[in-house]
Design a protein around this ligand. Structure first.
Ligand SMILES: *[C@@H]1O[C@H](CO)[C@@H](O)[C@H](O)[C@H]1NC(C)=O
Ligand SMILES: *[C@@H]1O[C@H](CO)[C@@H](O)[C@H](O)[C@H]1NC(C)=O
Ligand SMILES: *[C@@H]1O[C@H](CO)[C@@H](O)[C@H](O)[C@H]1NC(C)=O
Ligand SMILES: *[C@@H]1O[C@H](CO)[C@@H](O)[C@H](O)[C@H]1NC(C)=O
Ligand SMILES: *[C@@H]1O[C@H](CO)[C@@H](O)[C@H](O)[C@H]1NC(C)=O
Ligand SMILES: *[C@@H]1O[C@H](CO)[C@@H](O)[C@H](O)[C@H]1NC(C)=O
Length: 761
């Protein structure tokens, strides 16, 4: 601003630019409206096809003060024709209402109309939706496009997730196929989702749990949505739920949190199991349909105000509502519940007499009591129900060759007649109950973790990976999804950010230690950095506890062949990344939350705790210090209130200069934000990435030695790197070799065994 002449000319330039943009926009709007007028038949009343003059006064058109079109309303006018491309040049458009006409051809793209709040294009004859049609609609609240039955089949694009104010999305009978994208955490205001009468397949996205959906209409899909509907149990805002005519399986979850639910349509699916007791005490329930499923147990009894459709096929034990099943039947149903109520058991265990020839069940015919249950080789997952103990005359129990997890219930040791128990070839864990000597227990082969006290932790020296928690019977199908490239990018980005911060800490530590030693960072120091976060635990990194020892031993320098986390090398082996994330398992994604109980906000909280641990070099919970400092989060948040005390609170080995402190302040602020008391006050992981991204760039180690030797292009972006890596991996063998090589990776195509952490951001 030194030279006044220069400033003046700059100002003039800016002004002229501004003016020219404004006039250009208006001219474009006029031309676009004229094109629209010519395309429609009949020409709307009061419109002209020869001149655009006065277009702002045309019937159904509204402009702002600068003659920019802000609203077009041509609903219900029997219009036909093909809309001109270029509607998306109406840059100030807020509302577009074209519903109930006979418009045909491709719908023009509406991409990047950042002011557009409502789109009504339902009941028309459009033939296609361009792929980027709904991209960049950052103000969109309403998208209604029901009844477009001549559309070419299309899939819902995740572009829509940019519309974070979306309140209503309705596209029934609109030829949609494919899955419902898992993007609903982006729509905290979404109230209405109507996608009925399409050809949607796959499961309900887990992010439904984080949306505010009240009215959920997904009924009558051509092939049918599938999987369980457990996610509904966390959708507290639900009032109307239409799921009829799909292929849903598993039990009906506890919906008692949805106090406003009045209409629940479940008929014509494959639901199994006993209805939750809470269902008949939902205060507002008016209408429920259950027909044509495979529901089990007693017929539910609803209040007299409730309209119940329960006429069709089900597998209830009796016909009379509200009457309990026979005790043996009740027990066997509970046992089936342990396996997640498989359809096969619903179809084969019918009626109210377990001794009337039920498959897998054998009785003492005179006493009519169950003596043998033989359920080997049935592909059942889930757990062994403690209810087996209620079959008091049981002598033989075969559960071999399934996929059962969890412990052998202690109650089984109470079965006084038991002589044979075969649980071999499962994935059981935990302590083996003390059976009487008369019991012949077969638990191997399989069950490699059975018998260890700690409920599944591998014995020392084992490098196997334990199964992730939270995959109980009702969690089935939730954890079973493919991990998308985007998700993997998320995991790796999270890891890399933590890694880079850790390296930054080590870098600082290293400088300080230089005069004493020039080689390794010793184990003690590491205890303040990465390995402390790995050891201490409350984070999302600790689930694969089988591999932690691997990292620890590497970081303490015992394995000279793998130099992970050494101050000088700054490299994290991809194998190690893979192992600590259980092959980048979806369960370990930070900021994501699939077990249904733990929310993404809990992960964000955990991430905040990790940041604090790294900055302070302290454990999340440290009972060796005075009470007021023992709980890291509480103490650190108190420190944050007064910025002056922060330098004292951070790990003293860092000894930060001014510049470093600025970065630390930013990270500290983020950590505080992440650990906000109210989950809704915590940011999304995306926000964390935005805050940390520039710091990663700033503190990227400048040593490029690796670049020449590793074969990895350090300037490649993270998504690119992943894409290339996955493409290469597609041709290689799966990563299931647990005795993984210390030096060689399974990744072919020029990638070596180390994935240098400084190339990703
Ligand atoms: C809808 O479009 C199809 C195919 O373009 C055409 O055959 C049909 O006549 C149109 N229907 C109406 C009501 O315009
Ligand atoms: C439904 O979508 C599937 C692909 O997901 C396709 O194979 C099938 O043909 C579609 N059915 C109809 C009736 O369009
Ligand atoms: C209950 O649902 C059925 C089927 O959708 C409908 O016909 C009926 O009118 C509904 N009753 C009430 C009270 O909403
Ligand atoms: C099993 O027995 C216990 C105690 O006798 C009883 O409380 C429980 O309800 C029974 N469970 C089933 C499923 O029958
Ligand atoms: C076995 O169960 C686990 C969850 O406990 C699941 O991840 C896995 O896919 C199941 N395997 C088979 C073959 O069903
Ligand atoms: C145990 O679980 C693993 C992974 O879930 C699975 O691959 C394996 O087949 C299971 N073992 C048995 C015996 O079902």
């Amino acid at each position: 601003m030194g030279d006044p002449l220069l400033s003046l000319s700059l100002l003039l330039l800016l002004l002229s630019l501004l003016l020219s943009t404004t006039t250009t926009t208006t001219a474009d709007d006029a031309a676009t409206i004229l094109k629209l007028a010519s395309a429609l038949s009949p020409t709307p009343k009061g419109w002209s096809t020869t001149t655009s003059s006065g277009y702002c006064e045309w019937d159904g058109v509204k402009c702002d003060n600068s003659n920019n079109v802000i609203s077009i309303n041509l609903a219900t006018r029997s219009l036909s024709g093909i809309l001109p491309s270029g509607l998306s040049t109406l840059s100030k458009l807020q509302s577009l209402s074209l519903q109930e006409n006979k418009l045909s051809g491709a719908l023009p793209s509406l991409a990047n109309l950042a002011s557009l709040r409502e789109i009504y294009i339902g009941t028309n004859n459009f033939t296609s939706i361009p792929q980027d049609c709904f991209k960049g609609l950052t103000s969109l609240q309403t998208l209604i496009m029901n009844e477009n039955i001549n559309l070419e089949p299309w899939v819902i694009s995740t572009d829509l997730s940019e519309s974070s104010s979306l309140a209503s999305f309705e596209a029934s009978r609109a030829k949609i196929f494919g899955t419902i994208p898992d993007m609903f955490a982006s729509f905290p205001s979404l109230q209405n989702l109507r996608l009925s009468y399409n050809n949607l397949t796959g499961g309900l996205p887990l992010s439904f749990a984080n949306s505010g959906i009240q009215n959920l209409w997904l009924n009558n899909q051509e092939m049918g949505l599938s999987g369980n509907i457990e996610v509904l149990s966390s959708m507290e805002q639900l009032s109307q739920v239409w799921l009829q005519k799909n292929q849903f399986t598993g039990p009906v979850p506890d919906l008692s949190k949805s106090k406003n639910l009045f209409d629940l349509q479940l008929r014509d699916n494959q639901f199994t199991g006993i209805l939750p007791v809470s269902l008949d005490s939902l205060p507002g329930l008016l209408n429920i349909s259950l027909s044509n499923n495979k529901l089990q147990g007693p017929v539910p009894q609803f209040g007299k105000n409730v309209e119940v459709d329960n006429s069709g096929l089900n597998n209830f034990c009796l016909d009379t509502a509200g009457v309990a099943c026979d005790p043996q039947v009740t027990t066997l149903l509970e046992i089936a519940g342990g396996f997640g109520y498989p359809v096969t058991l619903s179809d084969s265990w019918k009626g109210n007499d377990a001794c009337s020839g039920w498959p897998f069940v054998f009785c003492d015919s005179s006493k009519k009591i169950v003596t043998t249950v033989s359920l080997g080789k049935q592909h059942f997952g889930g757990i062994i129900s403690p209810a087996f103990a209620n079959l008091t005359a049981l002598t033989t129990l075969k559960l071999n060759d399934n996929n059962l997890s969890g412990p052998i219930p202690d109650s089984l040791a109470k079965l006084s007649q038991l002589s044979l128990l075969d649980v071999s070839n499962n994935n059981l864990t935990g302590k083996i109950p003390s059976f009487a000597p008369s019991v012949k227990l077969t638990s191997t082969p399989g069950n490699s973790f059975l018998g260890s006290e700690s409920g599944g932790a591998p014995s020392p020296g084992s490098d196997s990976i334990t199964t992730a928690p939270g995959s109980g019977p009702n969690g089935k199908g939730i954890g079973g999804r493919k991990v998308s490239p985007g998700l993997i990018a998320g995991i790796v980005a999270g890891l890399v950010i933590v890694g880079v911060i850790g390296l930054f800490v080590l870098f600082k530590v290293n400088i300080k230690k230089k005069r004493e030693k020039s080689g390794r960072v010793n184990g003690q120091e590491n205890g303040n950095g990465i390995s402390s976060l790995v050891k201490n635990g409350s984070s999302g990194f600790t689930k694969g506890n089988g591999v932690l020892s691997e990292i620890q031993s590497q970081s303490s320098g015992n394995h000279s062949s793998h130099n992970a986390f050494e101050g000088g090398n700054n490299a994290i082996s991809i194998e190690v990344l893979r192992q600590v994330t259980e092959n980048f398992s979806e369960n370990n994604i930070l900021g994501k939350g699939a077990t249904g109980r733990v929310t993404r906000k809990v992960d964000v909280y955990a991430f905040g705790v990790i940041l604090m641990e790294i900055m302070t070099g302290r454990k999340a919970l440290d009972d060796t210090v005075p009470d007021e400092r023992a709980h890291l989060v509480t103490w650190f948040r108190r420190v944050l209130v007064n910025n002056d005390s922060l330098p004292k609170a951070i790990d003293q080995t860092m000894n930060p200069d001014e510049e470093t402190l600025v970065s630390i302040f930013k990270v500290a602020e983020l950590a505080g934000h992440c650990t906000a008391r109210e989950p809704h006050q915590r940011p999304d992981m995306g926000h964390a990435v935005n805050v940390l991204g520039p710091l990663v760039e700033q503190w990227k180690p400048s040593n490029h030695e690796e670049e020449s030797t590793s074969g990895i292009d350090l300037h490649m972006s993270l998504p690119h790197f992943l894409q290339r890596w996955q493409a290469d991996e597609g041709t290689s063998t799966m990563f299931n070799d647990r005795s993984h090589s210390q030096t060689q990776s399974s990744i072919p195509g020029g990638f070596t065994d180390t994935y240098t952490s400084n190339d990703c951001r």
